[in-house]
Design a protein around this ligand. Sequence first.
Ligand code: GTP
Ligand code: MG
Length: 313
Amino acid sequence: MVKNIREIISDEDIVKKLEEIGLTDAIVLAVTSPSELASILEISETKARKIINEVKEKIGLEFETADKVLERKLKMKKITTGSKALDELLGGGIPTQAITESFGAFGSGKTQLGFQLAVNVQLPEDKGGLGKNCLFIDTEGTFSPERVAEIAKAKGLDPQKALKNIFVTRAYTTDHQMLIVEKAAEIIPAKNIGLIVVDSVTSLFRAEYIGRGELAERQQKLNKHLHQLQRLADMFNIAVYVTNQVMARPDVLFGDPTAPIGGHILGHISFYRIYLRKSKQNLRIARLIDAPNLPEREVVFQITENGIEDVTK
Ligand code: GTP
Ligand code: MG
């Protein structure tokens, strides 16, 4: 899958410059933003875009025969959420080759599920994991190693070892957040990553693009970000879990008074969307929304000191 840029780019000067900075993998180059490449190579953004498009085109020329598509589909794996009920809602767990989005109000359990998955991905396959590591992109500063250690211990893992297998990075701006995802193409194979968590995927976008007039721009950028995540999910057969806080929409009188912030654009990319809401005490209700191959229904699970669990009857 990894192609050297030498086989693709004809401009020798550009190839040399890219080699100098170690950007020799065509896939990594393909997901680099034109503005970033322009500043790295000290060329115009137009030229940078041309190079990236050339690379994308050449990569895209590799058609897949249907048997290969099937082969890839058969490689799809699932990570357990820790709750059988929630796994069943999702058709077996959080899938690879897709983005799973959880949306809901504060305290609904979006981050807790992210912590749980960061631990569970490390479990062997017969225990519902992938035997792989996690890349955790924290945009809200709410990553808690103490809580993750507690969850890992409850799963019978050595908490110290489990923490060492989670690569946490804090994103401060949307550009930063996008750059991390662009760079992830290098980190994923190097660190044996099986899951990317982005918690939350939308908060920085919301903070930076506040006016109504900026909505289109925000959605466009978010759309690009999600496409990049989807691409990584497909390319490396990994799972992507993103969280999305919903705001109450008091202007809506009928139906669900909350709506995912990403809106429709996000909706087209996310393969699985889970709407989480609080119930009494530790109980949480999860509803699967708009999944093409699964029924829309609700299940109940609970958050305990051990993490995400089934409700004990
Ligand atoms: P925002 O990021 O604010 O949008 O919320 P969120 O959906 O990410 O919420 P989060 O996952 O952080 O859930 C927090 C809730 O999880 C708390 O209010 C508790 O109900 C529950 N929780 C967290 N830690 C524990 C714990 O150790 N024991 C129990 N029983 N519950 C916990
Ligand atoms: Mg949270």
